[in-house]
Design a protein around this ligand. Sequence first.
Ligand SMILES: Nc1nc2c(c(=O)[nH]1)N[C@H]1C(S)=C(S)[C@@H](COP(=O)(O)OP(=O)(O)OC[C@H]3O[C@@H](n4cnc5c(N)ncnc54)[C@H](O)[C@@H]3O)O[C@H]1N2
Ligand code: MOO
Length: 421
Amino acid sequence: MPTQTLCSKSAPIAPVPAMLPVGMGMARAAAKACPVSCTETVPLWLSGGRVLAQTVRATRACPSFDQAAMDGYAVAAGAGLARGTRLRVSGRIAAGQQGTAVTTDAAARIFTGAPLPDGADTVIMQEHAERLGDAVVLARSVAPGEHVRRRGEDVPVGRTLGWPGLRLDARHVALLAAQDIGAVVVRRRIRVAILSTGDELRDADDISRDGPSIPDTNRPMLAALLSRAGVEVVDGGQVRDNAGAIAQALAALSWACDLVVTTGGASVGEEDHAARSLILAGGEWETLKLGLKPGKPAVVGRIGGAAYLGLPGNPVSALVSWSLLGRAMLARLEGRPFARPRGFVVPLAEPCVRKPGRTEFLPAKLVLGGEEPALAILGSTSARLMPLAEADGLAELPETFASGAAGQRVAFHPFESFLAP
Ligand SMILES: Nc1nc2c(c(=O)[nH]1)N[C@H]1C(S)=C(S)[C@@H](COP(=O)(O)OP(=O)(O)OC[C@H]3O[C@@H](n4cnc5c(N)ncnc54)[C@H](O)[C@@H]3O)O[C@H]1N2
Ligand code: MOO
């Protein structure tokens, strides 16, 4: 843990532990994770969300033949055709059919996606031509090459389409399908165990418990986050605030999972057992005091064959910490690159004042209707779920930010990207 020394002329003051910048915390967390190298072959159909483990290059041009981009008439336009030109309609070609060649005095009726017949180099949109029996008359002049999708204009042969570490989404799946690829080699799914700690917790639908218990929100929340990440979620349940019991649960999960995530007990009170339980279970650990709000305390480490992440118990803190530290660990396990999210800059809708010192992520809503979108901050605390649910994303205030006028630009992270895998 880095320290900063405060200087005084009169007496030496003990060094105060400095808070770790977020990026360094992410690097420390990621360093606890070892890439999982096992791969498997899956049908392309089921590969969305999986991490590619092979390089894919285009073996065929896409489109694979010159084709009509509009419904209309395929012609040999040469240097161009004048308005009023009359052409004989010599054939009809629908998508999936092969037409016969057209001559310079003729046009072939053609439909979107159909292969251009030999001799043709241009398609005239039907709206720009008048059909008169067996002939067609151009309603406007035509430039050569119009409305044709050329062979290879989208993907030339040899183009790299995928690489190890690429998380496949619908776009990539379509691109690979266009190459006639039916199966891909991907990393095996990462297994992530989630475990809630705390004497106060009960399952969300268990109202049988006496005393001041609260529903466990973190486990369902993490399960929802992870289910979008293409990982296998192992439910470790709830464990009481007892280092021995937590150690036992961690040890059991660590042999079946690649990453064990706990929430609660990451802070400094005597009821906070994350670090102690790792010691008891024979793991290695490091507590992080991050310059991050919410999400100051976290514990990272290794236990058995797994990486370990101890998130703070406050739900908003757990969500922010997962999105920074957890995703960095997951990316390393999957052999993917991962950078600190940068968001994009948006002006504040209203003045904002706060105590500087930590990088702060605050639920915020985009206000539309002005000259440009602006950001309304919905207030903060690490335990309040309502502002989070009402927000469009998180505003990020840098550690030095103390106050900002309306119009001052700050980083904004839409949830679509901040909570994405
Ligand atoms: N003396 C200090 N106290 C605290 C500090 C500090 O630096 N010095 N840090 C504060 C900060 S910041 C945070 S964040 C929290 C982190 O606390 P823990 O990780 O130790 O978490 P707990 O104390 O177990 O719980 C905190 C809070 O969250 C609720 N909780 C826990 N688990 C769940 C769950 N699964 N679902 C819903 N809610 C949960 C718990 O009931 C507490 O209210 O520490 C501060 N304290
Ligand atoms: O850092 Mo705590 O996570 O502010 O609430």
